[in-house]
Design a protein around this ligand. Structure first.
Ligand SMILES: C[S@@+](CC[C@H](N)C(=O)[O-])C[C@H]1O[C@@H](n2cnc3c(N)ncnc32)[C@H](O)[C@@H]1O
Length: 482
């Protein structure tokens, strides 16, 4: 897990959190006062429980991972040094020896100790395979004190709402199946796959955490587990990942359909009798969840371009970009794109583009991949998609993509744009003179799959626009003279 800004992945999705609050409110109204949150991860569901009205002193979070344990001890006001862990004396970091234990021992406050361990986990998480990892690691190592100070401040802030909760290192299976006090309920969002968290937090060689973690694996364990949970009186609210086959329909409270991936996440319970009056439902988180850009008009089929037409290109949300994509290109499914832009002509939306930028962000490539690029249909300019291609392959676009990827990391070397086209012909006329063919492959259905690349032309958006405009003028001129 290499995203520089993220330490922990796998938090409860927002729509499920909101429904979690509703279901826990029902349990509160039925007199449940104590709540257990095994596999608490980043404590998101602890917040959900608080929002539902559970008092902090009635909340017990637990996990087996070191990251959650450091947070848990800090939030619960337990000394970090009481955690069963050992630090190596010295390890090599960024090619130099680093005194791991001495640096920890030198810290005074609990918040600083927790922050230092989080810094160390981030450093261990980075590895140093790519150039980008190396740069990031160097930055983290060189600015350790600053980083620890910042995280210390954040931790103190973050801890405030959790004041009063308890935390235990405990396996989720033990939490679910030990005797529960009367008035106790459980909420959990356990891991879908096993080994994900071990991989997310490699602790060696600096940290030895003395907990044997047998990672929970929802997909494989749920069938047997659910049968056992049905025999328990304690109400359990548990996330289910695409395994509704093992639960009874009455045990499903809310389903979240994930964007175009045929994946679902759902709240299920072993005590449906308690939730009879609760709302059941489905939230679709598909690409059809799309919104137009403010009040912006669309470039119309009969709109004209002029020498003075003004071009604007800017970053937009996935939802806005996909709104225009579904308008102009029907029934397209999921996209891997994660950076989105709209292109406007005289303030009217005429193009939508999505890029996959992960490889460049990780320093594994010097190109971005254009997943899709569609333009509004135009009677006047049937080849207007060519204008879109001119615009997204100019220097201004390169700059815009770099800024949108991240303002922090300056090590990207963005040189090219690449894309793939499926075509009935060996050449796509719209792209000629703009993109160069890397490979061409004939598919069994007789279509050609053409891989393209290009460097960015040293042009501004306005210059790229004029290039297209003059091209169109030049083509029209002789006809108009006839
Ligand atoms: C999907 S995350 C939980 C996310 C959490 N609900 C949130 O929103 O932040 C899963 C957590 O389960 C923990 N975990 C994995 N196997 C476990 C086990 N056998 N017992 C307890 N926790 C486990 C991992 O350490 C990780 O923190």
């Amino acid at each position: 897990m290499k995203r520089p800004d993220v330490l922990f992945q796998g938090v409860t999705p927002v729509p499920l959190r909101a429904h979690g609050v509703d279901y826990l409110k029902i349990l509160r109204s039925r007199g449940y006062e104590r709540i257990l949150n095994p596999a608490c991860g980043q404590f998101t569901l602890v917040k959900v429980a608080m929002q539902a009205g559970f008092p902090a002193k009635g909340i017990v979070a637990s996990d087996c991972g070191f990251f959650s344990t450091v947070l848990g001890y800090f939030y619960a006001g337990k000394p970090i040094s009481d955690i069963n862990f050992r630090l190596a004396e010295e390890i090599e970091l960024d090619g130099r020896p680093f005194r791991v234990r001495d640096s920890y021992d030198a810290l005074g406050s609990e918040a600083e100790k927790a922050a230092y361990l989080i810094w160390l986990m981030k450093v261990l998480q980075l590895g140093s395979i790519t150039y980008y990892d190396k740069m990031h690691l160097r930055e983290l190592v060189q600015s350790r004190e600053k980083y620890v100070l910042t995280v210390t401040g954040k931790l103190v802030q973050h801890a405030k709402p959790y004041l009063g909760i308890d935390y235990m290192v405990m396996d989720i299976r033990d939490v679910l199946f030990h005797e529960h006090e009367e008035g106790t309920c459980v909420i959990t969002f356990p891991p879908a796959y096993s080994r994900g968290y071990e991989k997310q937090f490699p602790l060696a060689p600096a940290i030895k955490f003395d907990v044997e973690l047998i990672e929970f694996n929802y997909r494989d364990e749920i069938a047997g587990l659910w049968e056992r949970l049905r025999g328990i009186q304690t109400p359990i609210l548990m996330a289910n990942y695409s395994r509704l086959d093992v639960v009874d329909p009455s045990e499903v409270l809310h389903v979240l359909e994930k964007r175009g991936k045929n994946k679902i996440e759902a709240w299920t319970t072993n005590r449906p009798d308690l939730f009879r009056e609760g709302k059941k439902g489905i939230t679709y988180q598909r690409d059809t969840n799309v919104v137009p850009l403010g009040n912006a008009k669309q470039f119309g089929a009969n709109d004209e371009l002029t020498e003075d037409t003004q071009v604007d290109v800017f970053t937009v949300s996935r939802e806005s970009a996909l709104y225009y994509r579904s308008l102009w290109a029907h029934k397209l499914g999921h996209t891997d794109a994660e950076r989105f832009f709209l292109l406007l002509l005289d303030k009217k939306v005429f193009g939508t583009v999505g890029f996959f930028t992960q490889h460049i962000r990780l320093g594994k490539a010097n190109f971005v991949f254009e997943n899709f690029g569609f333009s509004a249909p135009s009677h006047k300019y049937p080849n207007i998609n060519r204008l879109l291609m001119y615009l997204i392959t100019c220097e201004d676009m390169r700059q815009l993509i770099r800024v949108s990827i991240s303002g922090v990391n300056r090590t990207y070397d963005l040189r090219e744009l690449r894309t793939v086209c499926l075509s009935r012909y060996r050449h796509v006329k719209l792209n000629s003179g703009i993109l160069k063919i890397i490979t061409r492959e004939k598919l069994p259905n007789d279509l050609y799959k053409i891989h393209y690349r290009t460097e960015f032309r040293p042009e501004t958006f306005q210059e790229a626009y004029l290039r297209y405009f003059h091209e169109v003028q030049a083509k029209r001129a002789p006809k108009e003279e006839v």
